[in-house]
Design a protein around this ligand. Structure first.
Ligand code: PGA
Length: 241
């Protein structure tokens, strides 16, 4: 694991955007794995700035998002599809055909998860996967006591996750209790991984993920076994390392 400690959120976002832009410069048809949540918002802003300065383009880029709420229409403003559209897809030249999201409305969930995996495989696998980390150690929606062998699947959200994500909804009752998420195996098959975290509230989980035993109760700890992980964190998130 390479750990890059930066002064603040802005620097974290800029460094992450530069890494993604370099990946796309080296391989214009890169397959990117993308994350949602508060953490990568700044990275998307920086990528849009680089795009506007014509320093990177997304014409041939293919994307797969980590997860999507189960039962939310993509047009729902709380869906991760809406988040991606607002923060990146509508602001750059990515082709709609190259965007892939888990289907939160799938009738046959298993079949749609198998299809998601096979699409990733057909395109040659994920070149670079961006991750945030939950306060409970989740990556994607792979919650504590995860099965490290799982691929894309339907998950029950952890209480801590439902509570953390309720800030985006009118009330906690509106937060979906299930989601479709890439599995740990899907994530571990990515060629490169960047994990971003900022703030004191992530310090404890970063310490456990980086220095703790590899353990399903901290899903991100499995990343210790990946051979190309870069963790970009601010001083606060690094404060217990
Ligand atoms: P956050 O979420 O970026 O909103 O903190 C991270 C996550 O739950 O993976």
């Amino acid at each position: 694991m390479r750990i890059i400690v930066v002064d603040n959120y802005e620097e974290m976002s800029k460094k992450a955007a530069l890494m993604v832009a370099s990946q796309v410069t080296l391989k214009p048809d890169s397959v990117l794995g993308l994350a949602t949540g508060d953490t990568p918002l700044g990275m998307y802003e920086e990528l849009v700035k680089l795009y506007n300065k014509q320093e990177v383009d997304f014409k041939e880029v293919r994307t797969f998002n980590l997860d999507e709420y189960y039962g939310l229409d993509p047009e729902n403003p709380q869906s991760y599809y809406s988040y991606m559209t607002r923060n990146l897809f509508n602001k750059v030249d990515i082709s709609k055909n190259n965007i892939n999201m888990p289907d939160g409305m799938a009738k046959d969930v298993n079949a749609s998860c198998v299809l998601y995996e096979s699409k990733i495989k057909t395109l040659g696998g994920i070149d670079m996967q961006v991750l945030g980390i939950g306060g409970n150690g989740h990556i994607g929606f792979n919650e504590p006591n995860v099965n490290f062998e799982a691929q894309t699947h339907l998950v029950n959200l952890d209480e801590q996750t439902i509570e953390a994500n309720s800030r985006f909804f009118k009330s906690i009752e509106e937060v979906p209790v299930k989601a479709i998420s890439m599995g740990i195996k899907t994530i571990m098959n990515s060629k490169k991984i960047i994990l971003l975290a900022n703030g004191l509230n992530k310090a404890e989980v970063i310490e456990k993920a980086v220095n703790g035993k590899i353990n399903p109760s901290i899903p991100a700890s499995i990343l210790q076994l990946h051979n190309d992980v870069t963790i970009i964190i601010d001083k606060e998130a690094a404060s217990l390392l």
